[in-house]
Ligand binder design. Structure first.
Ligand code: CUA
Length: 323
């Protein structure tokens, strides 16, 4: 509803709206949404009309028998016949949409991407390669991709409104969905199941690239981190290891192999930090290292305000250099 009101004022063509679909399943869902909205408005109008009618005609019933027959007809028609018909139509509509949004069979697509929900970020793996990233899912345009969704802790829900329906990430279970995006672009996704304090700050981006560019990205992402040549970045790497960052984060090609937080092997090339909470700039990364709880309360990342500022700056130059 807020979206509809917003649409009247500004247009709803944001990068996270079910009413601007870019794939076939999302178009089906969009049509279903508008049909339900239109149906709801018609019923709302009829109920309002009956209310007004009841008010206008309230003193005119001189024939009690007739009044009773009318009441009976309204209750039978409005209370039983109309809901049965409406729900049947809606059911038929949903049955029609289901094949378009059903889970793909394993092996039915040439590419599979594994996404794991964590409190509160998304771990993204490309089976068959060493590539691991977080909060960014790169996909080739015009290619059906099977997304395999799991959780590392509580229930999360994977949802990219412009691309397909939501699927839950349930402990001990694997769910999947197909994303087949014809258009190059960036599409925002959001966790849509309340999963704790950081639920609202658990967003991600699906970055759809031309297939050749995607292959280049994947090849690079699978590489280990480059060792800094020297200077502040090299000091930052030592700081990363001595300040216990490596207990929680993995940087492939270095001793850091923690599994609590996101893989940081190529963090410098990501667009955002903390699951789209802040842009990935040196200044923001410095603030994040200093006081992550100020940005994302409840996050498992501790603050490092106790480190000297020079050490934090060195960490920033090391991490921003990991491209
Ligand atoms: Cu994860 Cu809400």
């Amino acid at each position: 509803m807020a979206c509809v009101l917003g649409m009247l004022a500004t247009g709803c063509g944001s990068d996270q709206s079910i009413t601007s679909p870019v794939t076939e399943p999302a178009r089906e869902i969009d049509t279903l949404w508008w049909a339900m909205f239109a149906g709801g408005m018609v019923i709302f109008g009829i109920v309002l009309g009956l209310l007004v009618l009841a008010y206008v005609r309230r003193r005119r019933s001189s024939d009690p028998d007739r009044a009773e027959r009318v009441s009976y007809a309204v209750i039978l028609g409005g209370g039983m016949v109309a809901p049965v018909v409406l729900l049947a139509v809606l059911f038929a509509f949903v049955i029609r949409v289901m094949p378009a949004v059903s889970a793909p069979e394993p092996g039915s697509t040439s590419l599979t991407v594994e996404v794991t929900g964590h409190q509160w970020y998304w771990e993204v793996r490309y089976p068959g390669t060493d590539a691991v990233t977080a909060n960014e899912i790169h996909l080739p345009a015009g290619t059906p991709v099977r997304i395999v969704a799991r959780t590392a802790d509580v229930i999360h829900s994977f949802w990219v409104p412009r691309l397909n329906r939501k699927i839950d990430m349930i402990p001990g279970r694997t769910n999947s969905i197909e994303l087949d995006v014809p258009k190059v672009g960036t599409y925002r996704g959001q966790c849509s199941e309340f999963c704790g304090l950081g639920h609202a700050e658990m967003a991600f981006e699906v970055i759809v690239q031309p297939p050749a560019a995607f292959r280049r990205w994947l090849d690079h992402e699978a590489q280990p981190a480059e060792t800094p040549a020297g200077g502040a970045a090299a000091a930052g790497q030592e700081e990363f290891q001595s300040a216990s960052c490596e207990d929680c984060h993995t940087i492939r090609g270095t001793p850091a192999d923690g599994k609590v937080g996101p893989d940081l092997t190529h963090i410098g090339s990501r667009r955002t930090l903390a699951a789209l909470t802040i842009p990935n700039t040196p200044g923001d990364l410095y603030q994040w290292i200093t006081n992550p709880q100020g940005w994302k309360p409840g996050s498992r990342m501790p603050g490092f305000a106790s480190l000297p500022a020079s050490a934090r700056r060195a960490l920033v130059s090391y991490l921003e250099g990991l491209r």
